[in-house]
Write a protein that binds this ligand. Structure first.
Ligand SMILES: Nc1ncnc2c1ncn2[C@@H]1O[C@H](COP(=O)(O)OP(=O)(O)OP(=O)(O)O)[C@@H](O)[C@H]1O
Ligand SMILES: O=P(O)(O)OC[C@H]1O[C@H](OP(=O)(O)OP(=O)(O)O)[C@H](O)[C@@H]1O
Ligand SMILES: O=C(O)c1cccnc1
Length: 472
């Protein structure tokens, strides 16, 4: 079977190739362009997004090339010989700047900027959007789940419901957002994620008696037994049988790890089950839940209904990013041929910010995120930032502590940062999340985090808009 990396140059929308060919024949190979990746609104009505997918993306960009087989295929699609010749030696040789993977980010921020010749910058567009949009979506979902799950265990169960191989990237992103483990063994090996698993109804059903199923499983997996107690009747059969087996395990010097609830009223059942386990002297046995869970249900279970749950397995809603399914991040040309460029839209909020820019974060006295500023690449961050459309709303941030969030990650086609382990990215993301004020984390109408823009950029934008309007 073909692997993606063997044909990574083809992992692009065909129009990128036809545009690249056209740039080639109009002799614009050396035109330098700058593109920004950003999104305009958050998924899930969230107050923030967890930026994910970057480090995998960078590795793929450095491998972006065309094999002979790829060239032959493109020839069959009608691409011209001289351009195919050019693609033979194609490598991305430009610069990329980005916010760190795991960062907490907001709408309309230039998160990743590509500086390269037009052909190179264009050919990697689809790959950038494909990696950053999906993983940021899932990492955000996971962070929302982790935020309400607190210290309880949280496992990704998404493999069976994900968009096929998307499950692998979903597992990675889920960890960045705070998941502890995945049921996806392949992703576990690929990314060094702890793998975890309980048992399915089929195991229990395959025995004549539920207790026999529990006993056998415990015998074979004495150090890692989680019994699924809802196959027949949770309170009358599943839990009493689990208690019997737990007692038998104690005699052998082992401990039942947990029971899993997968149907019914999870709050009611968990409280009942907790009492039954405790009464039997099994306070140490945990109760985990699954069944179409999401952050809102988990929040209600824990915070409103007093559910006695120690962990969650989340599949469908996590790996498919429900209710939203996609983060609508875009990749827009902001400068080319040394000139700032603009994408005009009927909807003023959709007019892009021109110029080669950077993202700066300002902090309040408690070290919490206060404002983000979009500045020119070389601009001094000690200034006043403005609302992108209502200039009377502005903030003097010149005296505040700040961090420049965008760093160079690829220089002349080579990765120029030390790539981190997934654990390190996860830890970084958690630390950053702690610096986000609570009002941005709530599920209902989260407070909008303010992102200001340097006046110089707005002036250039307004001048470009006036020039375009003059022509109509
Ligand atoms: N106490 C609760 N509060 C809020 N949501 C809950 C609670 N208990 C369970 N849920 C959620 O309600 C939904 C229950 O789905 P459903 O109606 O399919 O019931 P079920 O018990 O799973 O039935 P089935 O036996 O067909 O699986 C799931 O999404 C589950 O996570
Ligand atoms: O509900 P999700 O969040 O998508 O989590 C994954 C679901 O997959 C399993 O059910 P399934 O019925 O597929 O198999 P089972 O026989 O193991 O319960 C598991 O029991 C969860 O309910
Ligand atoms: O380990 C589990 O319990 C599990 C894994 C995947 C899907 N559902 C359940």
């Amino acid at each position: 079977m073909h692997t993606l990396t063997d044909h990574i140059g083809l992992y692009t929308d065909f129009y990128e190739l036809t545009m690249a060919q056209s740039y080639f024949f109009t002799e614009r190979i050396d035109d330098v362009a700058t593109f920004d990746y950003f999104f305009r609104s958050t998924p899930f009505d969230s107050g923030y997004v967890v930026y994910a997918g970057l480090e995998e993306l960078l590795s793929l960009i450095t491998k972006f090339s065309y094999s002979q087989e790829d060239i032959d295929y493109l020839r069959k699609q009608g691409m011209k010989e001289e351009f195919l010749n050019y693609l033979k030696d194609f490598r991305f040789s430009g610069n990329i700047y980005s916010v760190k993977e795991g960062e907490i980010v907001f709408p309309n921020e230039p998160l990743l900027t590509v500086e390269a010749n037009l052909i190179e910058a264009q050919l990697i567009e689809s790959l950038i959007l494909n990696y950053l949009n999906f993983q940021s979506l899932i990492a955000t979902k996971a962070r929302r789940i982790r935020d309400v799950a607190g210290e309880r265990s949280f496992a990704d169960f998404g493999l069976r419901r994900a968009q096929t191989l998307g499950s692998i990237h979903a597992a990675r992103a889920a960890v960045i957002g705070g998941a502890d483990s995945t049921s996806n063994t392949y992703a576990g090996m690929m990314y060094d994620i702890p793998v975890s698993g309980t048992q399915a109804h089929s195991w229990v059903q395959s025995f004549d008696d539920e207790i026999e199923a529990f006993r056998k499983y415990a015998e074979i997996n004495p150090d890692n037994t989680v019994l699924l107690v809802d196959t027949y009747d949770t309170l009358k059969s599943g839990v009493p049988n689990a208690i019997k087996v737990a007692k038998e395990m104690e005699k052998q010097g082992h401990r039942l790890k947990a029971v899993r609830l997968d149907s019914g009223d999870l709050a009611y059942l968990s409280r009942k089950v907790r009492k039954m386990l405790n009464k039997a002297g099994l306070d140490y046995v945990g109760i985990v839940a699954s069944n179409q869970l999401n952050e809102r249900i988990i929040k209600s279970l824990i915070k409103e209904q007093g559910a006695k749950l120690d962990g969650f397995g989340v599949g469908t809603e996590l790996a498919t990013g429900q209710e939203d399914g996609a983060l609508g991040g875009v990749y827009k040309l902001v400068e080319s041929d040394g000139k700032p460029r603009l994408k005009i839209s009927e909807n003023v909020e959709k007019i892009s910010l021109p110029c080669n820019k950077k993202l700066v974060r300002y902090f309040d006295e408690e070290g919490k995120f206060y404002r983000d500023g979009v500045l020119l690449r070389d601009q001094n961050p000690e200034l006043t930032i403005f609302h992108p459309f209502h200039y009377h709303l502005n903030t003097d941030v010149s005296k505040l502590k700040y961090e420049i969030l965008t760093e160079q990650v690829i220089k002349g086609g080579e990765i120029c940062i030390g790539l981190r382990t997934l654990k390190e990215i996860k830890q970084y993301s958690l630390e950053r999340f702690k610096q986000l004020s609570e009002e941005h984390k709530r599920f209902i109408s989260p407070h909008t985090y303010k992102v200001g823009v340097a006046k110089d950029i707005l002036d250039i934008r307004d001048k470009l808009i006036a020039e375009v309007e003059k022509d109509f």
